[in-house]
Structures are given as C-alpha cells and as structure tokens.
Design a protein around this ligand. Structure first.
Ligand SMILES: [Mn+2]
Length: 355
C-alpha cells in the first residue's frame, strides 16, 4: 500500500506536492483505514487526520500512516494546514467529486496561501487495475456469492416473498464469511422482473415466475456482483426465449472481453444480438461496470464510453431483457481481464435453473 501512495505522489497533477483525500474508498485504498476523516499524503508524511472515535482503529488499520487526532481547537482542516506547512507544501490536490462547495470554502479559509488543484481522478485511475491481492479478494467474494446462489436455490419455494428470499440470502452470506453485502440485494419476481433495480417486496413468488436475483458479498473490502434469473415451475415459451437470448448475448460479450477491446464494442456484442432477436430497446442499461472496493467503478461498458479494457481490470458482464407486465431476465458474471481474454470469477451455472 505504501507503493500506492508513492505512485500517486509521482502522478500528482498541476504541480501539487500533496494530496488531501476526502473519499473514504480512496483513503482505504492508500492506507487500509476504513473510518472517517482525511488522509494527507506528501513526501514528508502519510497521515490520517481523524477524531477520538477512530484514532485506535486508524493506528491498527494503517500502520504505515501517522495518525493525528483533532482537538476542539484544531479541527481537520487546521491539522491539515499545520502538516502542509511543516512539509513546505504550497499546492494541494483534492478530489473535486468528493468535496461539497461548503467543504471547499472551509478548506480555502482554513489554509490561507495554499493553492488547491484537482486530483483529476488519479486514485480512481490507479484503482482500475487490480493487483494480485485485490483479484484474490474479488475471487473469494464472488466464490462465496456463487455458493450463496446454490443455497438460495434450495430455499426458494412458492409462497415465500421476495423480501424473505432477500433476507435469507443476506443471512447466509453473512454467516458464511461476508463482512457485509456489497449492495442492496435485488429479488424481482414475475412482472417485477422488468424493474432492473427492483426492491424486494411483499410479492409472494409462484409457479410460472421468472425470479431475478442480483446480489454480492463483500470480502476484505472488495465487492462481488452476480445476477441469475431462475424459473419457478413451468415457464412459457416466451420466457424461455428471453432467457436463451440473454444467455447467448452474455456469452458473446464474454468472448469479446479481452485486453485492447473497446468497452463500447463489448457492450455492442451483446446488444446487437439482443436487438436482432426482437428485443430492441428492451436492454436499456449498459452491459457492465468495474468492481472493486466500490461496487460501481470505472470503466463502464456501455454505448458511449471511450474506455479500453486492460489486464487487471475487473468487470461485470450483465446484459438483460425487460418487458413491462411480463418480466425480465438478467445474467451477470464478474470477470477479470487477463493477458489474453477474461477469466470468470462467478462459479455458477448459467443453464436455466428450474425449481
Ligand atoms: Mn452489477
């Protein structure tokens, strides 16, 4: 992690000699610290600035960082100003998407004479390429998530509500190694399946439903993301055709996901197929996104991105078809881009599971 801070210092834009971080994910990425506060990284010192509630935690989680505790007289920005002056720093880079306008005004007032420049997404760019340790944690998180899918397939039966199914998934994942869930679980049954981000509700699942489950465990801070749509009892020919279409589209996108590929082309590999199958306009979201410490990271695979896939990126591949009043199908794997293609991190079948 010390290497990461050094690498960021070497890449600071605008002549900045220090980075003052507000984004908690970035602070964790560089230091290991997961609590509230600021991180100030310059050539003299790598520091966490926090309050009494978190001091001990910061010292445990970020052994390579100095920990400075604020006082009633010297709050976060004042402590940062003292450290900046000690280091002889005159230009500080900040994350322009992590500060409110009020934060920025307070910072300028507390640090007179200091010039602030944008960090220009340097941490987020670094975070796009995962190292071996990060990929291992993502693999563990996704393997656990896939086991959760096996469990829930043995649990679902007619009469259970979407919410009961979501609670059981949450319970099982937490009892089996997840530190938390990576995001709010989606359980969308029957006609609710056309809502891409449906909130699990009181609807009881029944024979003839397609049920979409989108969920993920968090392990070591890293977020898994998988989706499967399964069938409860006998489904119609049209539901089956939706499933087969999405499955083939997902495979085409997996085949296209390799280093050097334009994310837009990977999206198109699935989208062209879905459109040609008669579902034009029914796949209304992007194909996928990067995952890491945050569930949604850059790059994205969609119709407008300019991004190019590189080895070490971890992406979701998640096409879907959504038809109001009928339902929906989505199939999602998490993958890591390798030197030659991509490796699926989601060890779960994509044959239609019929319960
Ligand atoms: Mn996703």
């Amino acid at each position: 992690m010390a290497d990461r801070a050094q690498a960021m210092l070497a890449a600071l834009p605008g002549g900045a000699q220090a980075a003052l971080l507000h984004n908690r994910t970035n602070i964790r990425y560089f230091s290991g610290y997961t609590g509230e506060g600021l991180a100030l990284i310059d050539a003299l010192e790598h520091a966490i600035i926090t309050d009494f509630r978190y001091t001990e935690q910061a010292m445990r989680e970020a052994p390579a960082f100095a920990v400075h505790e604020i006082t009633p007289q010297a709050q976060h920005n004042a402590v940062a100003f003292a450290r900046v002056q000690a280091a002889g720093v005159t230009t500080v880079a900040v994350e322009e998407d992590a500060l409110t306008y009020a934060d920025y005004k307070a910072l300028c007032k507390a640090m007179p004479g200091v010039t602030f420049v944008s960090l220009e997404g340097v941490p987020e760019s670094m975070r796009q390429i995962k190292d071996a340790d990060e990929i291992e944690l993502l693999a563990q998180a996704n393997a656990l998530t896939a086991r959760g899918f096996d469990h829930i397939c043995g649990f679902i039966r007619p009469g259970l509500t979407e919410k009961q199914i979501a609670i059981e998934l949450w319970r099982w994942l937490l009892e089996n190694g997840a530190e938390s869930l990576a995001f709010d679980t989606i359980v969308a049954s029957g006609p609710n399946g056309s809502l891409c981000h449906a909130i699990p509700g009181p609807r009881a699942v029944r024979q003839g439903d397609l049920i979409t489950l989108d969920f993920g465990a968090k392990v070591g801070g890293y977020c898994a993301d998988m989706t499967r749509t399964l069938a409860l009892g006998k489904i119609s020919d049209e539901q089956r055709r939706m499933y087969d279409t999405v499955r083939q589209a997902q495979q085409l996108a997996l085949d296209a996901a390799k280093p050097g590929a334009a994310c837009r082309d990977v999206d198109a590999a699935a989208r062209v197929y879905i459109d040609a199958a008669g579902y034009a306009g029914r796949f209304g979201h992007g194909l996928g996104h990067a995952t890491g410490l945050d569930i949604h990271e850059d790059p994205r695979c969609n119709t407008t991105t300019q991004a190019i896939l590189k080895p070490g990126m971890t992406m979701t591949i998640e096409p879907g078809v959504y038809i109001p009043d009928v339902g929906g199908v989505r199939i999602e794997d998490s993958v890591v881009i390798t030197d030659t293609g991509c490796r699926i991190l989601t060890p779960a079948t994509k044959d239609l599971v019929v319960l």
